[in-house]
Design a protein. Sequence first.
Length: 150
Amino acid sequence: MEKKQKKDDCVDVPFVPIGVWVGLIVLNAEAAWFLFNDEEFIKNVNPVLYTVLILYLLISGLASHYIACKSDPGFLTKPQVKHETPDDHVCLKCGADRTKYEPFVHHCGNCKGCIYKMNHHCLFIQNCVGHLNRKYYILFNAYVCLNILA
């Protein structure tokens, strides 16, 4: 039976994701306060629809951030049997078997594991951006950008 790298093995600093969440909420509250105090804005835009749009972007951004933080980026399984000699297809740092995915695997020093199609280790999600959570990371960035523009 192969042992799979756990997300709990990653180095975790809980203050950064909490800061991201608080920052998004403060950004939305500040934008709403400025816009709803502007008489010209209230005449041209329906405040209820604008509030629904802002809340949708906020909730979607926070949900995609949470999923990107907690999802598996694509850790490779570690074989139970230790290799006697170093092999080209075995990671020297963590012992993961890279045979099937050789050109697309990179080792993360923060998570201490090999990740398939690793892009980078992101400070904001405290996780690696890999093959399995790239979609949620891109959605998180898109929702934050749309939130800033709204």
